[in-house]
Design a protein around this ligand. Structure first.
Ligand code: PMV
Length: 362
């Protein structure tokens, strides 16, 4: 079993004055949802997600040694322009991870970041953003400790990303990623995401995710507040147990390729997540009327055509439409003809399962 102490490095064997890296990291969509956490970003229940391919953050990290080591020093650019309002989040992240990356105060950093998806699309950029930043820092640590194994590199990148934003730990490596201790998944950990270690049926190869942008506005309730409301939530314990049960179900479903069962677990998870929000105190609703219109239209289409298309939701009004690659044409036609009317400005993003973070070759 890993502990946090495993991520505190021994004294470094190399030095480096300056340089830069550039990594992209994707967003991910949870099938079993993480909702509720303990101290230090430890999840209240395990979760599993598909890594996305097209929705990603690309972050360039430039570093140069500075004179004194008293404070963190960094500039933050978003799409090439200074972005002061992102800085407090990064400052907090640096404070949290300093014990694991003891070199942080020795350098001045320029963090230059951009997303491939439209800003304020309602797609959370915290997962991809924190994963991209964490893995850049790991590239620097690898220069200071050239002996580092690839396994440690990715595990610690995920560990650090988790401290930035919980679900970010599932955006580092692998197509299907589990985060959180689950008895039947031996490698699983509360501390970092791991690639789903068992068989995955062909049916899930290149699984498609079309994200319907229902509401691009700022959420009324942040995930941080939402997670917090799971403390003393009347249904919390049952919900956490259910997540374990659903993850066990998915282990079998991934092996058998049974899409009917897949749909049941995935849609139930999405609605349960929102049910938890509606039964918190204070209660809140993040779905919009068009979210429900889309869900009903998907159910009707599935009933009529027997095409295995389903939906999931994250903490917002947007709908992720999930379906196997071999029905893409029919589902895209359905989306264009019947669902686009419910999207804000008719906007949607076509995505699919991807591999995780990539070093950008410049
Ligand atoms: O990583 P956070 O704190 O933004 O929480 C994400 C929570 C959900 O997206 C709703 C579920 C999940 O597992 O990604």
């Amino acid at each position: 079993m890993f502990t946090t102490a495993d991520f505190i490095p021994n004294p470094y064997t190399s030095t480096i004055e300056n340089g830069n890296f550039e990594w992209s990291a994707p967003s991910n969509i949870a099938l079993v949802k993480y909702w509720g956490k303990k101290d230090n970003q430890i999840p209240a229940n395990p979760s599993v997600s598909f890594t996305l391919n097209n929705c990603k953050t690309i972050t360039k990290l430039a570093f140069s040694k500075k004179g004194n080591n008293e404070n963190f020093s960094f500039d933050l650019l978003f799409e090439g322009k200074p972005k002061e309002d992102f800085k407090p989040k990064i400052q907090k992240f640096l404070e949290r991870v300093e014990v694991y990356l003891p070199f942080l105060k020795e350098y001045h950093f320029t963090i230059d970041t951009q997303n491939t998806f439209p800003h304020s699309s309602g797609i959370a950029s915290s997962a991809s953003g924190m994963a991209a930043l964490a893995i850049n820092f790991m590239s620097l640590e690898k220069l200071l400790n050239p002996e580092m194994t690839d396994e440690y590199f990715y595990q610690k990148a995920s560990f650090l990303a988790r401290l930035g934003s919980g679900s970010a730990c599932r955006s580092v490596k692998g197509k299907v990623v589990v985060w959180g201790n689950q008895a039947n998944i031996q490698e699983s950990s509360d501390l970092f995401g791991v690639e789903f270690p068992y068989t995955i049926h062909e049916n899930f190869k290149n699984y498609q995710d079309t994200i319907l942008l229902v509401d691009k506005g700022e959420k009324q309730v942040s995930s941080t507040v939402g997670h917090d409301l799971m403390h003393n939530h009347p249904y919390a314990e049952r919900r956490f147990a259910q997540a374990h049960e659903n993850l066990d179900q998915l282990i079998k479903i991934f092996e058998s390729g049974n899409l009917e069962e897949f749909i049941k677990v995935v849609e139930s998870e999405a609605l349960t997540l929102h049910a938890m929000m509606m039964t918190s105190m204070p209660y809140f609703i993040l779905m919009k009327p068009n979210t429900l219109q889309i869900i009903n239209a998907i159910w009707k289409f599935r009933q009529e055509t027997q095409i295995p298309v389903c939906f999931t939701l994250d903490a917002g009004a947007n709908v992720h439409v999930l379906y196997p690659e071999n029905v893409s044409n029919k589902v895209l036609q359905f989306i264009q003809e019947e669902l686009v009317v419910f999207c804000q400005n008719g906007q949607y993003i076509c995505d699919k399962i991807g591999e995780g973070a990539l070093l950008v070759d410049n």
